[in-house]
Design a protein around this ligand. Structure first.
Ligand SMILES: N[C@H](CCC[C@H](N)C(=O)O)C(=O)O
Length: 279
């Protein structure tokens, strides 16, 4: 029996989504890489899988693999798409859904205007929990990468992010510094690298070189992490709109211990079935 999937995207960050409640999958790293391959597979930045919940307070479990085949803790654009997938597939009714990931519980609201609002949970700032090797917790850290000293923030949304403030995202060294940061030895689990330009106290621009993928048109957890870094540094007010290559996300964070709220789109592109033996 061939597997049904749905191709979705959130601001151009794209996903292949599977229902593993009514289908049986064996998501090995090699299988994920083949699905994600843009020539030999379906093609996507991440593969998302909906499973039955394990926690009593969750409606479903949600798993995420990067295109390189590694399973990761969270995906912000992906969680918006998964919530829409669950409703469109008739797996969940109503406008609110609680999703369990390796990062914890994520509450999602499918809004009447078509956007999706997410409680992304509280950011993790303690270096050892990010994980990031640092002597003590700070707002900004010195980090040498690609032979240059940088002043960076380090934030986890369940998945690790390093954020570098730049004057202009268009001229930011994403292609060269991105890979150097992604595999930097001070991030034992590797890291997503965000390049943030501050336009005003309520607006900024962001490009992200994603762990396990490369630069994507948008990164939801990266936008959350960049908003947190900007608010901690007093560059931003609690509500900030970040413009990514693929479009805008609205973030809101009231400070330490509080959740980051993210609002943005989630779109279905097509539905399909994997040909038997295609993977
Ligand atoms: N590349 C990320 C996972 C996907 C994050 C991104 N697609 C998002 O929307 O948050 C990581 O390795 O932690």
């Amino acid at each position: 029996m061939s597997l049904a999937f749905t191709k979705m995207q959130g601001l151009g960050n794209d996903f292949v989504v599977f229902d593993a409640i009514n289908q049986s999958l064996d998501p090995t790293p090699a299988w994920i890489r083949r699905i994600a391959d843009r020539r030999y597979g379906v093609g996507c930045d991440q593969v998302l899988v909906a499973e039955a919940a394990r926690r009593p307070d969750a409606d479903f479990r949600y798993r995420i693999w990067n295109a390189d085949g590694h399973e990761v803790e969270h995906c912000g654009n992906g969680v918006r798409c998964l919530a829409r997938f669950l409703r469109d597939q008739g797996l969940h009714r109503g406008g609110h859904v609680s999703l369990e990931t390796d990062a914890g519980l994520t509450r999602v609201e499918l809004m009447d205007d078509g956007r999706v609002r997410v409680d992304m949970g509280a950011p993790i700032l303690e270096p050892s929990a990010i994980p990031f090797e640092a002597a003590e917790r700070r707002i900004q850290y010195e980090l040498t990468a690609a032979g240059v000293n940088h002043d960076v923030a380090a934030v986890s949304m369940g998945n690790p992010h390093v954020i570098l403030r730049v004057d202009d995202v268009e001229t930011a060294p994403v292609a060269t510094l991105g890979p150097a940061l992604e595999s930097h030895p001070r991030f034992p689990n590797r890291v997503n690298a965000g390049f943030l330009a501050v336009d005003s106290r309520s607006r900024g621009h962001l490009r992200v070189y994603e762990r396990g993928v490369g630069e994507t048109p948008a990164c939801g957890t990266g936008a959350c992490a960049a908003a947190v870094a900007g608010i901690l540094n007093d560059w931003f007010d609690p509500t900030v709109t970040l413009s990514l290559t693929g479009g805008e996300l609205v973030l809101h964070w009231q400070g330490e211990g509080q959740p980051v709220w993210m609002t943005g789109p989630a779109d279905t592109v097509f539905e399909g079935r994997l040909a038997t033996g295609a993977t």
